[in-house]
Design a protein around this ligand. Structure first.
Ligand code: EZ4
Ligand code: CO
Length: 402
């Protein structure tokens, strides 16, 4: 079997998505998600100028060798752009593998360990009362787990909390805009917020919170400690994970479970965190973390240390990635939870999906491969529109992590 061609489809049904389509001489094609929010074009360029020409003529069934060709074989390793491209290639090849063998992806990586995938919703409120209201709406929809984010008193813009709050979209049209941040105000507010949320919804619902890397290790330790009475499912990205050792400080002070890594792209971003048991959940998604081939190794490695998955699943990851993530998490033993923010209806005009939400869980059908298809004619109706994630400054203007 041979790869005969591949192309990159860029479409913007409400937001940008990049999809890699790999063709074979057997008339079978595979799809991979190559979307990197705000950096779509660099991924497209790497795929078109380097990866696709190198793929032609290769046997698509050799997923392991092809993965290493693009990872080990490339002198300039890693980085989000290159790893997103490699992820898309790997995902498309596993899609082909499933179609060739006429079986859904989950059967190729262990079969079913469960029938449905617990997912968490987002409640993003402009203030405390609004957040309680939003959480109530998600609970009514049947979610068993809700991520709680809120505007902070005294901070003008809080990341991910839209003012008009029609739908979640952290990227804004054009160049990066600036948000301003005040850690002291944030740290004083969040424990009060969770006290109120627990008081309102009781102890049965799983609660999550995303810090978006905005604390220093000792600040994160304080937050994790003060949130302990509210029994979070996890505290996400409490610090910038670049300094893996920073997570030691949080562990020393608190039993609040920690999730990290939506911006990671290699097992080497995780090695200290896993072997020293400094975290509880792997956030790195298939579409940025090297695809099924790499994530299977990482999650098996994590499993040895009793660390579970909690893959990133925001709306800037495409339905192809979401379906692949459902398959993957159906199969592995150490599944934890999956993030799920439903895409806008327009997205489902372009992508034909094979999963559905039911009472807090996602279920997927047994279409061979990943099971999502793209309508290229519809896709072509929505041209790429430049959009960027914000940058974050402290209130005095200092550039800060976000
Ligand atoms: O910032 O997907 O946990 N989810 C998140 C997301 C990410 C965006 C970045 O593109 O933090 O909102
Ligand atoms: Co996050």
């Amino acid at each position: 079997m041979k790869i005969t061609d591949a192309k990159v489809i860029v479409t913007c049904p409400g937001r940008n998505f990049v999809t890699l389509k790999i063709y074979t001489n057997k008339g079978i094609y595979g799809l991979g998600d190559a979307t990197l929010n705000g950096m779509e074009k660099p991924v497209v360029a790497f795929l078109e100028n380097y990866c696709i020409p190198a793929l032609i003529g290769k046997d698509p069934q050799n997923t392991e060798d092809i993965w290493h060709f693009f990872y080990r074989g490339i002198y300039w390793k890693r980085g989000s752009v290159a790893m997103t491209a490699i992820s898309a290639i790997d995902m498309a090849l596993w899609d082909i593998k499933g179609k060739v063998l006429n079986t859904p992806l989950y059967n190729l990586i262990g079969g079913k360990s469960r029938d449905k995938i617990m997912v968490y919703a987002h409640a993003n409120g402009v203030n405390l009362d609004d957040t309680i209201l939003k959480a109530g709406i998600e609970k009514e929809k049947g979610f068993r787990a809700i991520r709680i984010q809120s505007g902070v008193p005294g901070i003008a813009d809080t990341y991910g909390v839209a003012k008009d709050s029609k739908f979640y979209e952290p990227a804004h049209k054009g160049l990066p805009h600036t948000e301003y941040w005040d850690t002291a105000k944030y740290l004083n507010y969040i424990p009060r917020l969770f006290e109120k949320v627990r008081e309102t919804f009781g102890s049965d619902i799983h609660l999550l919170h995303d810090v978006h890397h905005r604390c220093t290790p000792i600040e994160a330790a304080r937050l994790a400690k003060e949130l302990e009475p509210f029994h979070l499912f996890w505290l996400e990205d409490p610090v910038s994970g670049e300094l893996q050792e920073g997570l030691r400080l949080i562990r020393k002070h608190s039993t609040t479970p920690i999730a990290i890594g939506e911006v990671f792209n290699s097992v080497y971003d995780y090695s200290t965190l896993i072997t020293e048991q400094l975290i509880d959940y792997i956030r790195m998604p298939l579409s940025h973390g090297g695809g099924i081939t790499h994530l299977k190794k990482i999650t098996d490695f994590a499993s040895v240390y009793h660390i579970n998955t909690g893959f990133h699943g925001a709306t800037d990851l495409s339905p192809v990635n979401l379906a692949a993530s459902i398959h993957f998490n159906m199969a592995i033993n150490n599944f934890g939870i999956l993030e799920f923010m439903p895409h806008q209806d327009l997205v489902h005009e372009v992508f034909k999906i094979n999963y559905k939400f039911e009472e807090g869980f996602l279920k997927i059908d047994d279409t061979p491969g990943i099971g999502v298809d793209i309508d290229e004619e519809k896709a072509s109706k929505y041209p790429y529109t430049m959009a960027s994630l914000p940058v974050n400054r402290k209130s005095d203007g200092t550039m800060f992590y976000w």
